[in-house]
Design a protein around this ligand. Sequence first.
Ligand code: GRF
Length: 200
Amino acid sequence: MRKIGLGILISGRGSNMDALIRACEQPDFPAFVSVVISNRPDAPGLKKAEGRGIATSVVDHEKYPDRADFEKNLQKILDAHPVDLICLAGFMRILGAAFIRPWEGRIINIHPSLLPDYKGLQTHERVIADEKKESGCTVHHVIPAMDEGSVIVQKKVPVLAGDTPAMLAARVLEKEHEAYPEAVRILAGKLKGRQKVGIA
Ligand code: GRF
């Protein structure tokens, strides 16, 4: 089986990254993790990845004068590894069109709401404040507009009476860990034979 290479971008805890790493450890899973990149040197996810023998890299956004420079360095790291698909997993930087366009179709994100509802941050707080009965998570293609792009996998959870944002977040996160590997499996079939691309 030909496997696709994943470049996972994180900024923090990395539990979705961990779910992807574990999925990739299954022999019949059609992907492997090429590299984990964090924009924060202190992201706890980096240690988790290292502990599982995965190559890691830091591209600290604070060290670059502007976004273009940050993104060029990000691309350099991606170019140094066999990456067919970028998985944003709690990556807290907005990526610009110059970076995203060449990767379109091969860059995906996970978001803790049922998109197109509740784009942006504080999703669980807003869902509870609106007294929604249902929430969930979405894995979607990344385009140069935040939390837009077509949906690949969506999973729902109930919002229960008395839920705090933390309780709802934990229920949604369990589904995220199922949804992300499912989305990668779906895309792996479609990406076979694609050429590596990058920004100049
Ligand atoms: C997840 O809830 C994800 O949906 C959002 O950021 C959080 C990252 O968590 N984009 P983790 O770092 O994967 O544990």
